[in-house]
Design a binder for this molecule. Structure first.
Ligand code: OGA
Ligand code: NI
Length: 374
């Protein structure tokens, strides 16, 4: 069981003491959930009708011979892309979705038995970014890090084994896909296996332990005023997101605004996280994103938050640094970064920047990034 990530949460407990609501009993949106989109969320850019945007988030077929180039271009221009033919069996994704569905439809009292304590990674609760916003999010989440056995036993005293097996199967597949994506992304930066020691002798990133995040956005009586998950970037290297057939995810496209990432059958969304932003020396930008809610449909998404082994120092890759391209970020471990995020949330990336704005120099490249699990 990897301990260092847990240490980061223990050192920076997030106050999530507010009780979770029973969304099913709310017929009207309470004021505490009404976001004034002009003031409460960041940035208050209008949503762009995706059909009017000439470009849309790239969809990349991993079997295509030029997938590497397409991924490089997508990381640079969007910080996000969708993949198809990724090799994850549909049944694995469907089973995980079904476990998530079963979990979130349990009575609230039952779910609270598996609550995430403020200093822990795993368990049921509000979005970890909640304390940084004055309004509440129309959202429930369940985080799995290491074995979910203890929590699943509380949730399903009878058939917890089945759900544990599902999560194990999901993580195994995600780890394989993440390693494949890592080499495609790193390859697109001209990085080869010899350049990344922590990929391990087989180059399969065996020591990386992803965090699995089950997200639930119940149907909402007033979706235009509500917020599912407020704008943030992920504290990961990359995030692999499964969204079934219900849209909600939006990404910030510079110079355009919020663009919806439409769910595509069999597709997975891949987004650049803060640690890839650091590794690539700012070439691949971590993308600001958020999740909106739906009036009639409950939406479920499942995120694999992928980072390096907890004690590995992440810094701009040596091959990407030269006298004309000095390193923009100092070295930091994943667990240290999570602590930084918990403290500076919207300024975390800037705070690890060499000559960061916190030390007096303006930095136009780092966008506002809010703290996020992972
Ligand atoms: C996340 C996230 C978006 C979604 O889990 O970090 O951004 O659509 N989720 O659920
Ligand atoms: Ni996210």
């Amino acid at each position: 069981m990897p301990s260092r990530i847990s240490d980061a949460y223990r050192a920076h407990p997030v106050d999530l003491h507010r009780n979770l609501p029973d969304f099913t009993s709310l017929q009207e949106l309470p004021d505490s959930y009404k976001w004034n989109h002009q003031f409460d969320d960041y940035p208050s850019t209008p949503v762009v009708d995706s059909s009017l945007v000439s470009e849309s988030v790239p969809v990349i077929d991993l079997n295509e011979p030029n997938a590497l180039q397409l991924i490089g271009h997508a990381c640079k221009s969007w910080g996000v892309f969708q993949v198809i033919n990724h090799g994850i069996p549909t049944s694995i994704l469907q089973q995980t979705e079904s476990t998530a569905k079963t979990l979130f439809s349990l009575p609230l009292q039952q779910k609270l038995k598996a609550s995430r304590s403020p200093d822990a990674v795993s368990g049921y609760g509000l979005a970890r970014i909640s304390p940084f916003f004055s309004k509440l999010m129309w959202y429930e989440g369940f985080t799995v890090f290491g074995s979910p056995l203890h929590h699943f036993r509380q949730l399903w005293p009878q058939d917890y084994t089945k759900h544990c097996d599902v999560m194990e199967g999901y993580e195994k597949e995600m780890k394989k896909l993440a390693a494949k994506l890592m080499w495609l992304i790193l390859g697109s930066l001209g990085i080869s296996k010899e350049d990344v020691q922590w990929a391990g002798p087989k180059g399969d990133f065996a020591d990386a332990f992803p965090v699995s995040q089950l997200n639930y956005y119940p149907a909402c009586p007033d979706p235009d005023k509500a917020m599912g998950l407020a704008a943030h970037t992920d504290s990961t290297i990359l995030t692999i997101l499964y969204q079934n057939s219900i849209s909600g995810l939006q990404v910030m496209k510079e110079g355009v605004g919020w663009v919806t990432v439409p769910p595509i059958s069999g597709g997975l969304v891949i987004n650049v996280g803060d640690l890839l932003h650091i590794l690539s020396n700012g070439i691949y930008r971590s993308v600001l994103h958020r999740a909106m809610v739906n009036r009639t449909k409950n939406r479920i998404s499942i995120a694999c938050l992928y980072g390096p082994p907890a004690n590995v120092q992440i810094s701009p890759l040596r091959k990407l640094v030269s006298p004309s391209q000095p390193p923009l970020y100092r070295a930091i471990t994943w667990s240290e970064y999570l602590g930084t995020k918990a403290k500076y949330f919207n300024q975390a990336l800037s705070s690890v920047r060499i000559c960061s704005p916190l030390h007096g120099l303006a930095n136009v490249n780092d966008h506002n990034d809010n703290v996020e699990v992972g």
